[in-house]
Design a protein around this ligand. Structure first.
Ligand code: NDP
Length: 289
């Protein structure tokens, strides 16, 4: 029987998951179709219910539903519960299990593509949404000595910090307002700058809030935005000889972890990378960036 997977989000115009997940499924000759399932908030509960059908293996969940679906699945694994966000649902005989593969995806990208080991290091995170939550949880778990969250809406950053403080294990965890003085104070002793805001991605008018002029040589800059694959501020960072990692590695690794949960097979990561890169380049060629 043909099986189905899909990504649930809204408006879902720029999701790359159908492209690179289908490439991986086809590479392993699996009889599975991966679809885009655009779902507004008022249709989310109904959409999640359809995942219980025998022909559906599960789904990815993306902006803006990662937090809302936590209450709609039957079981939430420890990592997803800690972060408060589910990005992967697995249907096991009509029972829905929620996971968060953003955390392992990011940590793999930092280690494998950034050569960065978080233990004992100082990290500055821009943004306090779902992606920032996964990042803070992963970096604290890996033993980062200091994590500072800077966000436009300070109350949201404060909430993130309070929710995850129990996991800080005595290491520094704080929230600061998004003003230049905050950046000046933290960037002098920063090993990793992580942009977890959506500002600056394709389709967004606003510029990134990260002051790239404060980037120092030797620092790792990781920008979760994958479309465009490399933004001009990141190119600037490279000129300042900071090491730069874009959002594509995390995207592919979180997708690979989801793939393995659904299929029980090792994900063909190189095939996924190739498909994702081609899709971003094709989008850029059409002038959408
Ligand atoms: P959320 O919508 O949960 O959070 C968005 C964050 O961006 C908030 O902190 C928000 O601030 C901030 N923000 C948005 N616009 C601006 C602006 N103009 N100026 C300053 N701050 C702004 O999104 P997610 O956390 O889920 O995702 C964030 C980004 O990371 C997205 O671009 C997403 O595509 C990307 N991402 C990439 C992944 C990958 O695998 N590479 C995985 C997950 C996400 P405020 O709280 O003030 O609104």
């Amino acid at each position: 029987m043909l099986k189905y997977l899909g990504v649930i989000g809204f408006p879902l115009r720029r999701s790359l998951s159908p492209v690179f997940q289908q490439a991986a499924l086809d590479d392993l000759r699996l009889d599975i179709v991966y679809e885009a399932w655009p779902t507004p908030a008022d249709a989310l509960q109904t959409r999640v219910t359809t995942l219980r059908a025998p022909a559906v293996l599960g789904a990815n969940v993306t902006i803006p539903h990662k937090e809302a679906v936590v209450a709609m699945v039957d079981d939430v694994d420890e990592v997803a519960g800690r972060i408060g966000a589910v990005n992967t649902i697995v249907n096991r005989e009509g029972r829905l299990f929620g996971y968060n593969t953003d955390l392992p995806g990011l940590m793999r990208a930092l280690r494998q593509d950034g050569g960065f080991e978080p233990a004992g290091r100082r990290v500055v995170i821009a943004g306090a949404g779902g992606a920032a939550r996964a990042a803070v949880a992963g970096l604290l778990e890996a033993g980062a000595a200091s994590v500072t969250v800077i966000n436009r809406t300070l109350s949201r950053a404060n909430r993130l910090v309070e929710d995850l403080r129990p996991y800080a294990d005595g290491n520094e965890l704080r929230a600061l307002p998004e003003i230049y003085a905050s950046w000046v104070a933290v960037m002098v002793a920063c090993d990793l700058l992580l942009n977890c805001t959506s500002a600056g991605s394709a389709g967004f008018d606003s510029e990134s809030p990260v002051p790239f002029d404060l980037i120092r040589s030797g620092m790792l800059v990781c920008d979760l935005i994958y479309d465009p694959a490399e933004r001009s501020p990141m190119a600037d960072a490279r000129k300042r000889s900071a090491h730069v990692v874009g959002g594509l590695p995390m995207l592919v690794y979180q997708g690979a972890a989801s793939f393995e949960l659904w299929t029980g097979r090792e994900a063909p990561v190189e095939v996924m990378f190739e498909a994702a890169r081609s899709a971003v380049e094709a989008g850029a060629a059409r002038g959408r960036t």
